[in-house]
Design a protein around this ligand. Structure first.
Ligand SMILES: *Cc1c(COP(=O)(O)O)cnc(C)c1O
Length: 428
């Protein structure tokens, strides 16, 4: 059977296939550049694994306290090497990205300290961690104050006000790389480096932490290469490569990592406890696959930007600009557009393709939200996934795809659903 027939059986019309093929043909050079970055990062990971002499004994399970868990300790050495930090904390006990960020922050801040975000409002879930929105157990309850300097209109750093915001109590500066679900631009690693240099010039002993979620392996360098004292992320995003079923990581300066570890387990125990429970192999193998998985997700994001931009929809980032994370936003201007897009992504999934997602009222959100996820790991957003709040401007955010071909099918299916609903028209 021809590929075009299989696509048709999956639900993609010949017209949609032809339009998408023409768009794809125009992306050859960009895809080659992405592959070159993936090759570079693949070598970084392999080199780190070889230098740490990774062996099959490291895949053995430990239980109980997890004393002398060789696999866990070596995995942390591999992360430290691959991300160019002195030390790392990589654990299934770090249950998600928010938890890893909370451990990094609360481990390194003390009562009376001030936390500064010089890049505007942080990711939603951090509002309760910090106490921007009142919550039980927030940093605010422990006497840590918070200050924020927004980005300027054009997305650049407000250096003047950042300088004014840094004071004798400023202990930690948090910098979010990805725009997340905000409208500001994602920061390149180079720009993060400039910001860190500026902050350290004013106050050399301040700890600079980067929320690296969705950014790992998108570029050849990471924030740790440009002065970050800690980088933090989730293993069910980029660095888990789709195989890690849970987990988070913190990489950076040894004293910062140790303080985080004393917070995660207990003072005095630190990194010495925490059984890996048989998850090590998926962590190693996921990290090994991550550079190519991220490349596939990036190709999907760029493909979608070009597909929808050419049909007249607003896309962020646009079809040609450089990428620093794997998230793509498409604005449809109507609820039906968001719904059709998500239903197309769901219909292309390897898992739960027969389910039809609908908008629902989720706790913590002020509008109904629709989500598409046919994932092997619950909530994994390195797997192809999309969501959108049903409110103006009716934008959908999507990311991931363990393979480029799956991302491509998902985007073609989304377009098919939009056309069938009369919400998009192919050019003549
Ligand atoms: C996903 C994400 C988080 C939180 O991670 P969870 O695993 O969802 O808790 C924090 N910051 C950014 C930028 C993210 O993308």
């Amino acid at each position: 059977m021809e590929l075009t027939e299989i696509y048709q059986e999956l639900g993609v019309s010949p017209q949609v296939q032809a339009y998408c093929a023409a768009v794809e043909a125009g992306l050859k050079e960009r895809f080659e550049a992405i592959d070159a970055t993936a090759e570079y990062n693949q070598m970084k990971v392999i080199q780190a694994m070889q230098e740490s002499r990774v062996s099959d004994i490291h895949f053995a399970a430990t239980t109980g306290y997890g004393y002398n868990d060789l696999g866990r300790d070596t995995l942390e050495e591999v992360y430290a090497r691959a991300f160019h930090g002195e030390s790392a904390l990589v654990r299934p006990q770090l249950t998600c990205g928010t938890h890893a960020l909370h451990v990094a922050l609360s481990g390194n801040l003390r009562p009376g300290d001030e936390l500064l975000s010089p890049v505007g409002k942080p990711y939603d879930t951090l509002e309760e961690v910090i106490g921007i929105r009142d919550s039980v157990g927030s940093l605010k309850e422990y006497g840590v104050t918070y200050r924020q300097v927004d980005l300027l209109e054009d997305g650049s750093f407000d250096y003047e006000n950042i300088r004014k915001a840094i004071n004798e109590r400023t202990r930690l500066v948090t910098i979010q790389r990805s725009k997340g679900y905000a409208t500001r631009p994602t920061l390149s690693v180079e720009k993060i480096g400039q910001l860190i240099a500026f902050v350290k010039e004013i106050k050399p002993d301040v700890i600079c932490m980067v929320d690296n979620c969705y950014g790992e392996f998108v570029e050849r360098i990471e924030p740790t290469d440009v002065g970050a004292d800690m980088i933090v992320g989730s293993l069910i995003k980029n660095p888990g490569g789709g195989l890690a079923p849970i987990g988070g990581y913190i990489v950076g300066r040894k004293d910062c990592i140790d303080r985080a570890a004393y917070r995660l387990s207990a003072p005095g125990l630190g990194k010495e406890v925490g059984a890996s429970l048989g998850l090590n192999q998926s962590f190693y193998q996921g990290l090994f696959l991550s550079p190519t998985v991220v490349a596939g997700a990036l190709k999907g994001a760029i493909f979608a930007a070009n597909i929808y931009e050419k049909l007249g929809f607003a896309v962020v980032p646009n079809g040609t600009e450089s990428r620093h994370d794997i998230i793509q936003a498409v604005t449809f201007g109507k609820p039906e557009g968001v719904i059709a897009f998500c239903q197309g992504i769901q219909a292309a999934a390897p898992v739960d393709s027969f389910v039809t997602p609908e908008p629902w009222d989720m706790p913590g959100y002020d509008a109904p939200v629709i989500m598409a996820a046919g994932a092997f790991v619950q909530g994994s957003s390195i797997e192809l996934s999309a969501d959108g709040p049903i409110k103006p401007p009716y934008a959908v955010y999507f990311q991931g795809g363990l393979t480029w071909y799956h991302a491509k099918l998902g985007i073609m299916m989304s377009l098919q659903k939009l056309i069938e609903a009369g919400l998009a028209v192919l050019p003549e």
